[in-house]
Design a protein around this ligand. Structure first.
Ligand code: J2J
Length: 532
C-alpha cells in the first residue's frame, strides 16, 4: 500500500477477500463492466451525450495525455471540476493511469486548495476556468505561489496562462494495471475538526462500496442518476452515485447546481430516476415541485444525507415528489448506513438507516466508556471492509481518531434501535454541520485569530431552521471601543482565501471567552447564551 497509509491487518484483508467483499475489480475498468453497453448513454448533460464507447475512448486518451505530461502512477492530482462530462472522463483517466485524484469541493478556495496540494504533494491541479463568481485561475495563481510540488495547472474552458484540459489527450498507450489492494483516490474528511485530512480509498474497498450500494438501491441499466451534489463528494460519487451508475450500465446526468431551477428541466429531459440531496435542499425542492411545469414523474428514489433530516420534511417527500425516500448516513472514511427501499415509513422517516454490509462492525460507546444499550446514546465507532484504518500521513491524528484495534471514532453521537438502525443525535467533535457542509471550528478559529482586530475567538453552532446548524463567531475584540462587524470579519476571512460556507453566519462580541474547569473554551456556555 502507498507509503503514509495504514493497511488493514492481513487477517482482516484475507477475511474480506474470502467473504466476497474484496475482489480484483478496478475503478478504471468500471465503464467496461456492463456487457454490450458501448452504444448506451453513459453521460448526458443539457447539451452533450456520451456513450459508454466514447467515454471509454476519451478516458484512454486523457490518461495517455496526462502520462505524456509526466503524470505517473502514484502521483497525486487535486481535482476541482464542476459536475460535467469532463469530470467523469478525468476520474476514469486518473484511475486508469493509477494517478490518485484528491477530490476538492467546488466551494474550496486558495487556502483549502493550497493545503490539499501541500498535504498530498500533488503534481497537478485540475479546475474549471470560472463558475459563478469564482475564477479558479486566480485561485490557481495563489496556490502556485505557496505550493512547491505543483507542476501543472489544467483548466477546463478558457485556460488563460495555464494548460487547457481539452488539449491534454493523446493516442492511447498500454498502462500497467494497479494492485486492487492499493489506493485509488483520496477523499476529504468532514468529520475531523482541524484542516481536512486525506482519506485513502483503495480499488478493492471502493468498488465493494459502490457495487453493494448499487444493489441495495436497485440500480440497473435503466437507472438515470442525477448528480446534483458535487461529484467529488463521496455521497454523489459512490453511494452508489456516479460510479455506481456506471458500474451497472446506467446513465449519469450531471447537474451544474442542486437547485430546482437547474435540476427539474434535466429530470424531465433525461427521465431521471434517482438523485441525492442534502437536507436543506429538500424543502426547496418540495416547494418548487408544487408549482413546476416540469414533469417529474420519472423520479423513483430520493436519497437524503449529509446532515439530519427532520421527520416532518421526510414525511412530505413521497407525496410531494412522487418517489421513495431513502435516508443515507455516510462518511468519507467509510461506513454507510441506508434505510432500505422496503422499510416501513416509521423507519424511513425517523432513522438514518443501518449499515450497508454484514461485515461492518459497530460499537456505540457511552461517555463512561461502556457499551450503550439499544436506545441509549453513545459515540459510534466502526471498522469494516470499506472503512479506512487511518488518514494519509497523519500518525498523530490517527492515534486519537482510531482505536488501537482499528475502529474509526466517528465523533457522531448516535442511538441505535433494537433492529440496528441509527438515529444521529449530535457530535462529540467540534465540527459544525451546516446543512451537510462540515465546518471545522478549530480551522476557522485559526483564521479568525489572524485578524488583527480579534484577540480571541470561538466558533459555535447555533440552531437554524433550514440548515439545522449555523455558525456563530464569538470574538473578543482587541480594541473594545471598536469591535469589528460581521461584514468586516467575513471580508477578512474571504481575503484569506477560505471557502464561502466557512464564513460565520453570525457574530457576537464578548468581553472574554468562558473556559471550562480544564481550561478549554466553554462552548456549551456560549451556545446557551446566544442560542436564543
Ligand atoms: C446526520 N448526520 C449525517 C445523516 C452524514 C453519504 C451521505 C453523507 C456523507 C457525508 C457521505 C448524515 N444524518 N444522514 O460521505 O457517502 C454527518 C455525520 C458524519 C459526517 C460525514 C456519504 N450523513 N452525516 O456527509 O464525510 O456527522 O460524508 O460523520 O462529508 O456527516 O461527513 P462526510
Amino acid at each position: 500500500m502507498l507509503e503514509g497509509c495504514v493497511p488493514w491487518p492481513e487477517s482482516f484483508a484475507r477475511a474480506y477477500r474470502a467473504g466476497g467483499y474484496w475482489n480484483d475489480e478496478l475503478l478504471g475498468d468500471l465503464p467496461l463492466s456492463p456487457p454490450g453497453a458501448r452504444d448506451r448513454t453513459a453521460v448526458v448533460t443539457g447539451d452533450r451525450t456520451l456513450t459508454y464507447g466514447r467515454l471509454d475512448e476519451a478516458a484512454d486518451r486523457l490518461a495517455a495525455g496526462l502520462r505524456g505530461l509526466g503524470v505517473r502512477a502514484g502521483d497525486r492530482v487535486v481535482v476541482q471540476l464542476p459536475n460535467d462530462v469532463e469530470m467523469v472522463v478525468l476520474c476514469l483517466a486518473l484511475f486508469r493511469l493509477a494517478a490518485l485524484p484528491v477530490f476538492a469541493l467546488p466551494a474550496h478556495r486558495s487556502a483549502e486548495i493550497t493545503h490539499l496540494v501541500n498535504s498530498s504533494e500533488a503534481v497537478a491541479y485540475v479546475c474549471a476556468d470560472h463558475v459563478l463568481d469564482c475564477d479558479y485561475r486566480a485561485v490557481a495563481k495563489e496556490v502556485l505561489g505557496a505550493a512547491h510540488t505543483l507542476r501543472h495547472v489544467l483548466v477546463a474552458g478558457d485556460a488563460g496562462p495555464f494548460t487547457p484540459l481539452a488539449e491534454v489527450a493523446a493516442d492511447p498507450v498500454d498502462l500497467p494495471a494497479p494492485d486492487p489492494a492499493d489506493v485509488a483516490l483520496f477523499l476529504l474528511s468532514g468529520g475531523t475538526s482541524g484542516p481536512p485530512k486525506l482519506i485513502p480509498r483503495t480499488h478493492a474497498d471502493y468498488t465493494f462500496q459502490l457495487r453493494r450500494s448499487a444493489r441495495l438501491c436497485g440500480f440497473g441499466p435503466g437507472t438515470r442518476y442525477l448528480c446534483a451534489l458535487p461529484m467529488g463528494h463521496n455521497f454523489a460519487l459512490a453511494c452508489p452515485g456516479v460510479l455506481g451508475t456506471l458500474r451497472v450500465g446506467g446513465t449519469v446526468v450531471p447537474a451544474p447546481a442542486p437547485t430546482p431551477e437547474s435540476c427539474f428541466p434535466l429530470i424531465e429531459r433525461a427521465g431521471v430516476t434517482v438523485t441525492s440531496l442534502v437536507p436543506p435542499l429538500v424543502p426547496l425542492w418540495l416547494d418548487a415541485a408544487e408549482w413546476t411545469e416540469h414533469d417529474l414523474d420519472s423520479l423513483r428514489l430520493l436519497q437524503v444525507g449529509g446532515a439530519r433530516l427532520s421527520p416532518a420534511t421526510a414525511r412530505e417527500v413521497p407525496e410531494g415528489l412522487g418517489c421513495t425516500l431513502q435516508q443515507v448516513y455516510g462518511m468519507a472514511e467509510g461506513l454507510l448506513n441506508y434505510t432500505r427501499l422496503d422499510d416501513p415509513e416509521s423507519v424511513v422517516f425517523h432513522t438514518q438507516g443501518r449499515p450497508l454490509a454484514p461485515a461492518d462492525e459497530i460499537r456505540v460507546v457511552r461517555e463512561d466508556g461502556a457499551e450503550a444499550a439499544p436506545g441509549e446514546e453513545g459515540e459510534l465507532y466502526t471498522r469494516g471492509p470499506y472503512t479506512v484504518r487511518g488518514y494519509f500521513r497523519a500518525a498523530e491524528r490517527n492515534r486519537t481518531q482510531f482505536t488501537e484495534d482499528g475502529f474509526y471514532r466517528t465523533g457522531d453521537l448516535v442511538r441505535r434501535t433494537a433492529a440496528g438502525y441509527f438515529e444521529v443525535v449530535g457530535r462529540v467533535n467540534d465540527v459544525i454541520n451546516r446543512g451537510g457542509e462540515k465546518v471545522p471550528a478549530q480551522e476557522v478559529e485559526e483564521h479568525l485569530l489572524a485578524d488583527p482586530r480579534i484577540a480571541s475567538a470561538a466558533l459555535i453552532a447555533l440552531p437554524h431552521p433550514q440548515l439545522g446548524e449555523q455558525t456563530c463567531a464569538c470574538v473578543v475584540p482587541r480594541d473594545p471601543g471598536h469591535p469589528p462587524t460581521l461584514r468586516e470579519v467575513r471580508a477578512g476571512l474571504r481575503d484569506r482565501g477560505i471557502a464561502p460556507y466557512k464564513l460565520p453566519d453570525r457574530l457576537e462580541v464578548v468581553s472574554r471567552i468562558p473556559l471550562t474547569a480544564v481550561g478549554k473554551m466553554d462552548k456549551k456556555a456560549l451556545r446557551a447564551r446566544f442560542g436564543d
